[in-house]
Design a protein. Sequence first.
Length: 287
Amino acid sequence: MNNLKHIILPVIAMLFIVSCSSNDDSNEGDTNNNNENTTIEGDYFPSSVNNYWKYDVTTTDNTTNETIVSQDSLYVVSESATSVMLDVNDGLSANGPIIGLLSSGTLTKSNTTLAVDGVLELPAEITDLIDFDIALNNFVLYNIEANNNSQLASNSNSITQDFNGFPLTINYQLTSTALGYNENLSLNGTSYSNVISSKLSLNLSVSTTITVAGISFPLSILDSQDILVSTNYYVDTIGLVQADSGTNYQISATAITALETAGITLPIPANGSTSVLQELTDYVLAE
């Protein structure tokens, strides 16, 4: 019996230790990027009149590695209890796509969300082929209470444009997705506290109908693809501190061959890839 006790007691002790260890592990987690069971408060887009933010905008052609650095100056021109209007570069065009979006219309704020009534311009790389603005109504850019990877907003449509006598059918979907909350986050060498991030994605396809040797058939020029993806970071009491955007497209090789057979040369290269980094360099906010 004594020998049995010597065997059983250590086993029971070991099981107890493992059980406690498992319980402790289950309580551990990365609280820096999880909105669930976390109360988040703050003003992630301070909107007093004359608030302004300055950004370096670094645009890189990933095909040629050519880089251009420009600046954007964004500032509040009017506000009400729930709405904000911004301007950029003294009325000139924005160099960064997200800064351009923020200044394209009216922003609506609540205690937890920021939404835009405005327009998103298509990436310049494809505007020689198709060119239109995407009108947005109450399109949510962030929601500090949203769970990670939850969809905040969606805007889709199908439009037709003419290209050298060919009717182009364009289908697009623009979505906004929550990426969560970070208690502390370093962005390009600067440490920030209380950061909300979200992602903007523009998926687009282009097709047409061509006639070769008297036979008409449908032709996909751009298969459905994300031509613009931007990850955007907002900081409590500061506002937008970074927008990391990428433009990529790939024209169907079949489409290029078929169009050339029909005597049509596309006005844009067969593919393109551009990165645009919009980084906060200076800001002044009303106290």
